[in-house]
Design a binder for this molecule. Structure first.
Ligand code: MD3
Ligand code: FE
Length: 214
């Protein structure tokens, strides 16, 4: 390959993270503008908010679209069909988002993936997500699909036990991660995001995670 554009090619090609987990580099790139427009429209109806959990207030701001959304208060977290801030259903999941998730899941052999929830996370410099498992979903085998937009972040990709030392995987604008089946319940998190500037998003990172919650 020629020149600087591909200087880090070896670090940023598709990568197997587990038997049924993979990073698809740039998979969402061609749809990034449309995804961002969709996120803005969703956030206009269901604004980003810093949820409170039993452990404290999250540094990541969140909203949702789809039939259900992930939400939390001091008593605990859950999926809810209603946005507790507005008392209305979450905004519908735009077909574009549904199709991205379906196409990415199909690339790992999960045919016919039909998520019912999309959690949208907004990170500013310093925002982080501690190691956790996604286990509030009824279906613990169906994949979760995650699309990253904006400034880079380091995913912490752990094992089945909290104490397993996580791998650090940099994810950039347009990258998609899919994990399902045997890798579905791995511990994971996001290291504190470093300040950076992205031409489309400025100083922030948006992550969309698609789930099948029932
Ligand atoms: C799963 N969000 O919202 S999942 C979450 O970047 C969440 O905002 C991440 O975890 C974020 O619950 C996107 C990324 C991820 C990375 C590694 C994993 C999920 C993983 C390894 C195993 C299982
Ligand atoms: Fe998670």
């Amino acid at each position: 390959m020629n020149g600087d554009l591909f200087a880090d090619e070896t670090r940023f090609t598709d990568e197997a993270l587990g038997e049924q987990a993979r990073v698809l580099r740039g998979f969402a790139l061609a749809r990034a503008d449309a995804l961002l427009a969709a996120v803005e429209e969703i956030a206009a109806a269901a604004p980003f908010r810093h949820l409170v959990t039993p452990a404290g207030t999250m540094s990541v701001a969140m909203t949702n679209c789809g039939e259900r959304g992930w939400t939390s208060d001091a008593r605990g977290y859950r999926y809810s069909a209603i946005d507790p801030d507005s008392g209305r259903p979450w905004p519908a999941m735009p077909p574009m988002l549904r199709e991205l998730a379906r196409d990415a899941a199909a690339a790992l052999g999960f045919a016919g993936y039909a998520p019912d929830a999309c959690l949208i996370n907004r990170y500013l410099p310093g925002s982080r997500m501690g190691l956790h498992q996604d286990r509030d979903e009824g279906d613990k085998v169906a994949p979760i699909v995650s699309a990253s937009l904006g400034i880079p972040a380091i995913f912490l990709f752990g094992g089945m036990k909290r104490n397993d030392r996580p791998r650090r995987i940099e994810v950039r604008h347009g990258d998609v991660v899919v994990w399902g089946g045997v890798d579905r319940l791995r511990y994971h998190g996001v290291a504190p995001v470093k300040p950076a500037l992205h031409p489309l998003l400025g100083g922030k990172r948006i992550n969309l995670t698609f789930r099948k919650t029932v």
